[in-house]
Design a protein around this ligand. Sequence first.
Ligand code: KG4
Ligand code: ZN
Length: 348
Amino acid sequence: MIVLGIETTCDETAAAIVERDSAGHGRILSNIVLSQTDEHAAFGGVVPEIAARAHVEVLDLLIERAMAEAQCDFASLDGIAAAAGPGLIGGVIVGLTTAKAISLVHRTPLIAVNHLEAHALTARLTDSVDFPYCLFLASGGHTQVVAVRGVGDYVLLGNTMDDAIGEAFDKTAKLLGLGYPGGPEVERMATRGNPHRFALPRPMQHRREPDFSLSGLKTALRLEAERVAPLSEQDVADLCASFQQAIVDTVHDRLRAGLRLFTERYGTPNALVAAGGVAANRSLRQALRQLTEQQRIRLIVPPPALCTDNGAMIAWAGAERLAAGLTDTLDTAPRARWPLETVLAQRG
Ligand code: KG4
Ligand code: ZN
């Protein structure tokens, strides 16, 4: 089956066509992403109103290009999938309404996809991994450890109590006068810094539940920065390196707890899957590699372009749901909040 996927929940406008064969293997026919980073950079973060307007302006064109690149016409689509949340509501409305219009005109089934579910299922598109597996979702808005047991069967094992990991990177960058988005900037500076110069906390270490708490780390970093101010370039590099090391140690410890909890409840997972923009961080990938080698568990980290927000993951999640007979009606509402564990395998 062939599915068009539309993503507009944050600051990326994206459209993609994905094919899923009867054996459950996926193939990306086209995957077009237009990032709005430049439009938000001056504000140091995403401005919802600017994002929604930008989606309206470019989405039609992106869909047209995705269709052309895949050499596909609307009549040959088996489903239209759009991210129906969670996210910035103005953007979600743009994507979902566009999908509904196409669905209505061409009488093609609509699939309203949960954006987090799409991140969760991407590893089945890239690596055909079987259920169940353990997902580590680390993005600008989420930091979760999830047991992925089937399509529409997600159990939240751990969550952040406060800031998401990507948010912690972004706030650190802002505090130190680095650019937006902060993650890549902090990573770049960290390569030139000393990770042992500043003693920052490793919050929640050794707790049994794989939860995170990152606001204390952020505060500790701010106090250290204030203590040594004015900051030289080397100070900034050392602060970045010390912060990144604290995050890496924390993730290592929290995921060890996550894998233990997963195994106790469901047996050994078929893989540990990392997703979300933060999974692009090289030090973090290295820590995950070390952890999974120790535990003899397969590690899957989809390529960066499929870890960050994109249309292919929405199309693929749509195809997985469609294959399971799950479609949605035209009165499906966009949702700003939509926790992954509440996504059920229910028929629309
Ligand atoms: O998944 P994503 O593209 O968007 C959502 O938040 O949904 O993730 C973006 C987040 C931002 O906070 C960004 O700073 C972070 O991922 N990020 C990174 C890196 N690349 C992106 N964080 C650390 N290291 C990176 N290399
Ligand atoms: Zn995302």
